[in-house]
Design a binder for this molecule. Structure first.
Ligand code: HEC
Ligand code: HEC
Length: 503
C-alpha cells in the first residue's frame, strides 16, 4: 500500500480498509483475476469497437426495439422465477397509492404528506424525472424534483444521533428531511416550490456561446410556519433505473481501488460510507446523487417512507417524514392492516419492488462501430472523462443474485464522490459527502434519455437541457475535462456527444 494512500485512509477514518488490504477481490481465482484485469483495461485503440462493447449491461443487456419502453424490460438473463417476481414488482412500482381509510385496503396508507403517489410518477417510465420549471406538463400530483432539507452538520452530538438513526442529514425540526408539496385531504401540504433560472453564457471554441441555466429555489405558501433560518436545500431529480443491480454487484475492492489510485490528474474520488443496518458496521454507499445509500432495497424503502409516507420493515413509521411538530399529520389514520402485517408495505412486497428495481435491463448500445462514435469515444478518453466515468468492471462472482454474477459491464462511473466546484454545490452534507461533492452518475443508457421521457433533463437537479450543457457545468476536479471540451472544434464536440448518445 502506498504510504499516502494509507494516510488518506486514516484521515477519512475508512473502516473498510481492512477489506481493501486483503488481496483484492477474494471472490476471484488468480486466473480469473488476470482475465478480469485484461478485459477491464482502458481501451487503447479506437479504430473499431471492443469485444462485447455493445452489450453494456453484460448478459442482461436487452436488444429490443428502441421506443419509450426501452428502460422497462427485465434483464435478458433473468430466470423464470425472477421474471414472475419482476412482473409483480413492476405492478407495485406503477401503482397509485391512496390515502387511508379507503375501500381498496391493500393500496392505502399514502402520506399523510407526500411527494408523489407512485414510484413511476417520478421515475418516468423507469427513466429520469422532469423538472417543473422545464416541464409545465409534469403530472399535477407529483414533483420528481425532491428538495431535501438539512441543517449544517456542526455538532458532534447531532452527528452521533444521525448515525444511530441510520440517517445521513440533520432535518428541519418542523418540515423534516424533505419538502412535501402534497398532503391527503384535510391536512395542509408543506407548501409550493418555485424555481427560477438565471442564464449564464459559456464561450465555446468555434461556435456561438452555450447558455447554461442556474436554478434558484423559493418555497412559498408554507403550511407549517417558518423553517429553521439555517435550513439548506438540496434539490434531487429522480435518476434513471436501469442496471442498478449490476452496480450493486460491483466489488467494493474495485471501487476503493479507484479511490486510492495515485493519479496526478487532479482527480481524487472518495467513497461515502453508510451504516450497515444488519451489523452496525460500515458499508460502502453507492446509490443516490451523493452515494449515501448502500443498497437498492434500502433506497426503495426510503422512497416509500420519505416520498410517499408508507411504512415498511426498514422504515416502520407509518407517518413517513411527518415530524413530531406536525401533530395533525401524526393524528391522521394510517394504512397498516392487521391481517396483512404491521406495515403499510409488508416485507414481501418490499422484496418484490427491490427485485424489480434490481433487474431493469440496460439497453444495447447503438452504432458502436460508427467512425464518428469511435472518434467521440477517443475524445472521451483523451479529455479524461474516464478519470471519473470509469468505463468497465467485471461484477463479483459471489453477488447476491445469480444474474448479476461475473458480468462484464460498462456503466461509466466510479461510484465515488467528487468536488464538482461551486457552480454545482448545494452546500449540504450527506454522510461523508461534502456540500460540493456528487457521485459520478453512470452514463449507460444516457443516449436514450429523451426517447423515454422527452421532458427529461440532466444533472442532480435537472438544470442541464442537453448533454453538452451537463458537461459545461463540470467544475472542481472536472474543470480540466470541461475546459478540454470547450477548446474542442465544433466537429469534435459533435463526435463526443454522438458517442454519449450511443450509450
Ligand atoms: C418524489 C419523487 C420520487 C418517488 C415517488 C420515488 N423516487 Fe426514487 N428517487 C428519487 C430521487 C430524487 C432519487 C435520488 C435521491 C437522492 O439523491 O437523494 C431517487 C433515487 C432512487 C434510487 C437510487 C437510484 C440511483 O441511481 O442511485 C432507487 C433504487 C429508487 N429511487 C427507487 C424508488 C422506488 C422503488 C420508488 C417507489 C417506492 C421510488 N424510487 C419513488 C425520486 C423519487
Ligand atoms: C471529476 C470527475 C468527473 C469527470 C472528470 C467528468 N465527470 Fe461527468 N459527472 C461527474 C459528476 C460527479 C456528475 C454529476 C454532477 C451533478 O449532477 O451535479 C457528472 C455528470 C455528467 C453527466 C450528466 C449525467 C446525468 O445523469 O445527469 C454527463 C453527460 C457527464 N458527466 C459527462 C462527462 C464527460 C463527457 C466528461 C469528460 C469531458 C466528464 N463527464 C468528466 C463527474 C465527472
Amino acid at each position: 500500500m502506498h504510504p499516502s494512500a494509507f494516510l488518506a485512509c486514516l484521515l477519512a477514518a475508512c473502516a473498510g480498509w481492512a477489506a481493501a488490504a486483503e488481496p483484492p477481490r477474494a471472490d476471484l481465482s488468480d486466473e480469473d483475476r488476470s482475465r478480469v484485469r485484461r478485459v477491464t483495461a482502458p481501451a487503447t485503440q479506437f479504430e473499431r469497437a471492443e469485444s462485447f462493447e455493445a452489450m453494456q449491461g453484460g448478459a442482461g443487456t436487452v436488444r429490443k426495439l428502441i421506443n419509450p419502453d426501452i428502460f422497462s424490460h427485465p434483464a435478458a438473463n433473468l430466470d423464470f422465477a425472477g421474471r414472475q417476481d419482476f412482473m409483480v414488482g413492476n405492478g407495485l412500482f406503477r401503482k397509485d397509492w391512496v390515502s387511508s381509510p379507503s375501500s381498496t385496503q391493500a393500496s392505502d396508507g399514502l402520506g399523510p404528506l407526500f411527494n408523489a403517489r407512485s414510484c413511476q410518477a417520478c421515475h418516468v417510465k423507469d427513466g429520469r424525472g422532469s423538472v417543473p420549471g422545464f416541464d409545465p406538463l409534469q403530472q399535477a400530483d407529483a414533483v420528481a424534483l425532491l428538495l431535501r432539507l438539512s441543517l449544517p452538520d456542526t455538532a458532534q452530538e447531532a452527528r452521533e444521533r444521525l448515525k444511530n438513526a441510520g440517517r445521513r442529514m440533520i432535518p428541519d425540526p418542523v418540515y423534516g428531511h424533505q419538502f412535501q408539496p402534497f398532503a391527503v385531504a384535510g391536512l395542509p401540504a408543506e407548501g409550493e416550490i418555485r424555481i427560477s433560472y438565471r442564464e449564464i453564457p459559456v464561450d465555446l471554441n468555434g461556435e456561438a456561446p452555450a447558455s447554461l441555466m442556474a436554478p434558484s429555489y423559493e418555497l412559498g405558501k408554507l403550511g407549517y410556519g417558518p423553517m429553521h433560518p439555517d435550513v439548506r436545500i438540496s434539490p434531487r431529480l429522480a435518476p434513471p433505473m436501469p442496471g442498478l443491480g449490476l452496480l450493486e454487484a460491483i466489488h467494493p475492492d474495485d471501487i476503493l481501488a479507484n479511490a486510492a489510485a495515485e493519479r496526478g490528474d487532479g482527480i481524487s474520488g472518495r467513497p461515502n460510507w453508510a451504516v450497515d443496518p444488519g451489523t452496525g458496521g460500515r458499508i460502502l454507499g453507492r446509490f443516490n446523487w451523493k452515494a449515501a445509500e448502500p443498497s437498492v432495497a434500502r433506497q426503495s424503502a426510503k422512497a416509500f417512507s420519505g416520498d410517499m409516507g408508507l411504512s415498511s420493515p426498514l422504515f416502520p413509521d407509518h407517518y413517513g417524514d411527518c415530524t413530531p411538530l406536525q401533530q395533525a399529520c401524526r393524528a391522521m389514520p394510517h394504512g397498516a392492516q392487521p391481517h396483512l402485517g404491521e406495515h403499510e408495505v409488508p416485507g414481501r412486497l418490499m422484496d418484490l419492488v427491490a427485485i424489480y428495481a434490481l433487474n431493469l435491463a440496460v439497453p444495447q448500445r447503438r452504432e458502436v462501430d460508427d467512425a464518428r462514435v469511435l472518434a467521440g469515444k477517443k475524445l472521451f478518453y483523451e479529455a479524461n472523462c474516464i478519470g471519473c466515468h470509469v468505463p468497465k468492471y467485471v461484477t463479483r462472482r459471489d453477488a447476491d443474485r445469480p444474474e448479476h454474477r461475473f458480468q462484464l459491464i460498462w456503466p461509466y462511473t466510479d461510484l465515488l464522490l467528487h468536488d464538482m466546484g461551486p457552480g454545482l454545490a448545494d452546500g449540504v452534507e450527506e454522510g461523508e459527502a461534502s456540500g460540493r461533492e456528487w457521485r459520478t452518475p453512470p452514463l449507460w443508457g444516457i443516449g436514450l434519455t429523451k426517447v423515454v421521457n422527452p421532458a427529461a433533463t440532466w444533472l442532480h437537479d435537472g438544470r442541464a437541457r442537453s448533454l453538452l450543457e451537463a458537461i459545461l457545468w463540470h467544475g472542481g476536479e472536472a474543470q480540466a475535462a470541461r475546459d478540454r471540451v470547450r477548446a474542442m472544434t465544433p466537429a469534435q464536440r459533435a463526435d463526443l456527444i454522438r458517442f454519449l448518445e450511443s450509450l
